[in-house]
Design a protein around this ligand. Structure first.
Ligand code: BES
Ligand code: ZN
Length: 636
């Protein structure tokens, strides 16, 4: 065992110990909560292995944050008041914390509360156990974050587009909310929240809540989120931001130098909302805005309610990457309304969202467009299944994951997204689109603002769509999809006429045709991605050079294309592209792009040595989510 494995093992042991202690401590009953569901008369939540909290006993009902943003010290300082629902007259409130400095805790009667912080467990942080009484209606925790709190990224003014003002953003999913707010950091727990944020005059603060559209010279901003949300949807960003409306109830925030480009790119946002509503019911959150963050944002997008956070790497200048907006918008139903109860049920968030996203895209951009995306998705999925199987992790190819004791980040693969989507497509095909749409609309409406788990979804599916029809049930093979590895035999086989044309060109090029002879007129980003993926690992250095000479791919303005292309360049050590690769790795922080490029480099000794040099320069610009992953890729 290497050091890291020993560390992981000891944290698993520590966490299991904590879990045992917590469950022994439970005052109310000795009945196991494992199989309990929110529709049970008891309204019990399933046990969440990634949280120390005890929401079945005491749950947060409302949160009020009062925080000062200090760019100078790179910390948030202030308090959080938690209004409690003490269901079982419990005497201990357990909260999740990590990388926080807890100063003092007051009960609502003004007395100081006794509290204890548990051992620090890797990834999970420390259990904050607060003594309360049955009369305690609220506790106020005075605390500060630390400059390394992993949810937060503090950017210097040089790291922004405008170069004039510093910038801050948070990323709470999956279990990073606890690194900036002491809370019940479990997706099944929902509460309303309000906040007062004080920052530098000249900057605008935004949250996953009601937002202003203009800076206030006082630098003080107030927020309300009157609908219950899970902790992973808590979000804050502060920067030199401006707003432009894009329709009735949507718009975009960006740094001033970026704003016009974003407005152009997102022209379809209102019609995406309209299409989504036509499919599965009214948008529940009032306003839908997107904030375009600096390039170090570690994800493509994050569905923070009322305010999606998005990477600027989708601003391609041709609207070709806006499916990401449809995706984050779709989460306003799948995820933000009906929420995975634990991270083992992550596919309920992401699989439904990819399915929904593609339905929106099909409505707006047409069937051929959707077919291309679906076929590309199947390619990604097959690759992921092959990789996980080879690594001996076949269980991670099940839709229902077993992430207990592990970092929930391990579940963030194409399985939840693509296998999830193809499972839903399989049901759609079996029952017909019309019935499936009625079912989904009902599912989102009846389960709104509630957690959902895999077992309960299957029961709901049975009751509301399959109605005990055993032949229909057998044809869907739900158990194989959910509890079995890889792709079941009834998996769809997506076809796309557009991409068939690309296949012809792949074959011609493989058979020795020169790049300039290829027929690539009217190719969109998706044609190019299919082309590059089809050639993956099959090209010679000469062929890479030929493609670059004709299509100038090394300098493509499209980050998705660059990510695939750079991998090919590294495979054949096409050194002319390395300066561009270095500038990409030092300017973009989106993990989905960084990981495969660093992995390719790490495959050879020389490549790894170079990657390490680049990483040293790039790391100060990466968010913790990204640099932690890259560090493990480059570890010896
Ligand atoms: N909610 C996810 C991002 C996420 C998942 C962050 C789990 C942390 C833990 C978001 O909706 C997402 O899926 N983003 C994708 C884009 C999408 C178009 C597939 C991304 O960031 O690449
Ligand atoms: Zn998503």
């Amino acid at each position: 065992m290497n050091k890291k494995q020993i560390r992981n093992l000891s944290s698993i042991i520590a966490l299991s110990l904590v879990a045992v202690l917590v469950s022994c401590n439970k005052s109310s009953e000795n009945k196991s909560t494992d199989d309990l569901t929110a529709t049970d008369s008891t309204n019990m939540l399933a046990k969440d292995a990634h949280s120390f909290s005890n929401p079945n006993e005491i749950a947060i009902a409302h949160m009020h944050l009062d925080l000062d943003v200090s760019f100078e010290k790179k910390v948030l300082v202030g308090s959080v008041k938690l209004t409690l629902n003490n269901k079982t007259n419990s005497e201990i409130l357990h909260l999740d914390t990590r990388q926080l400095n807890i100063e003092k805790i007051l009960l609502d009667n003004g007395e100081e509360a006794k509290f204890e912080l548990g051992e620090d467990v890797e990834y999970f942080g420390r259990d904050l156990a607060i003594e309360v009484t049955e009369d305690t209606k609220a506790v106020t925790i005075y605390y500060s974050t630390n400059p390394k709190s992993e949810a937060l990224q503090w950017l210097s003014k040089e790291q922004t587009a405008g170069k004039k003002h510093p910038y801050l953003f948070s990323q709470s999913q999956a279990i990073l909310a606890r690194t900036w707010i002491p809370c019940q950091d479990s997706p099944g727990v929902k509460y309303t929240y309000s906040a007062t944020i004080k920052t530098d005059p000249g900057l605008l603060a935004l949250m996953s809540a009601t937002n202003g559209q203009k800076k206030d010279s006082s630098g003080v901003y107030n927020f309300e989120m009157n609908q219950p949300v899970s902790s992973y949807l808590m979000a804050l960003t502060v920067g030199d931001l401006e707003y432009e409306s894009l329709g009735r109830n949507c718009g975009v925030y960006a740094e001033p130098t970026m704003l016009e480009k974003c407005v152009w790119e997102f022209a379809d946002m209102q019609s995406m909302i309209d299409s989504a509503e036509a499919l599965y019911g009214k948008y529940a959150w009032g306003q839908y805005d997107v904030v375009v963050l600096p390039p170090s944002f570690p994800f493509g997008g994050m569905e923070n309610p009322r305010l999606t956070f998005a990477t600027p790497t989708i601003i391609a200048g041709d609207r070709s990457l806006v499916a990401l907006i449809a995706h984050e918008l779709a989460h306003s139903w799948s995820g933000n309304l009906v929420t995975n109860e634990t991270w083992n049920d992550f596919w309920l968030n992401e699989g439904f969202t990819v399915y929904f996203e593609q339905r929106i895209m099909e409505k707006i951009f047409g069937k051929p467009y959707e077919e291309m995306q679906t076929k590309l998705g199947m390619g990604d999925l097959k690759k992921t299944i092959a990789r996980l199987t080879k690594e001996g992790k076949a269980e991670d190819t099940h839709l229902y994951l077993e992430l207990d004791g592990r970092n929930p980040d391990d579940g963030l693969t194409d399985i939840a997204y693509e296998k999830g989507r193809f499972f839903l497509q399989t049901i759609e095909k079996a029952v017909g689109r019309e019935k499936f749409d009625i079912f989904l609309k009902k599912y989102f409406t009846e389960n709104a603002f509630k957690p959902m788990n895999t077992k309960r979804f299957l029961a709901y599916l049975d009751d509301n769509l399959l109605h005990g029809d055993s032949a229909l049930k057998a044809s869907i093979m739900a158990d194989s999809w959910i509890y079995g590895p890889g792709l079941p035999e009834n998996a769809p086989q997506p076809e796309s006429e557009e991409l068939q044309k690309v296949e012809t060109e792949i074959l011609r090029f493989m058979n020795g045709e020169m790049a300039k002879e290829l027929v690539t007129e009217n190719w969109t980003t998706h044609h190019w991605l299919y082309f590059l993926r089809g050639l993956d690992g099959k090209l010679s250095l000469e062929q890479v050079k030929d493609l670059d000479k004709v299509f100038n791919l090394t300098h493509s303005g499209n980050n998705e294309i660059l990510c695939d292309w750079y991998q090919q360049c590294i495979s054949v050590e096409y050194k002319d592209a390395y300066p561009s690769i270095e500038s990409f790795l030092t300017s973009v922080g989106r993990r989905k792009f960084l990981s495969p490029i660093y992995e390719k480099l790490a495959a050879t000794e020389d490549g790894k040595a170079w990657a390490k040099e680049v990483f040293v320069k790039a790391k100060p610009g990466y968010h913790a989510v990204s640099y932690n992953s890259i560090e493990s890729i480059l570890a010896d």
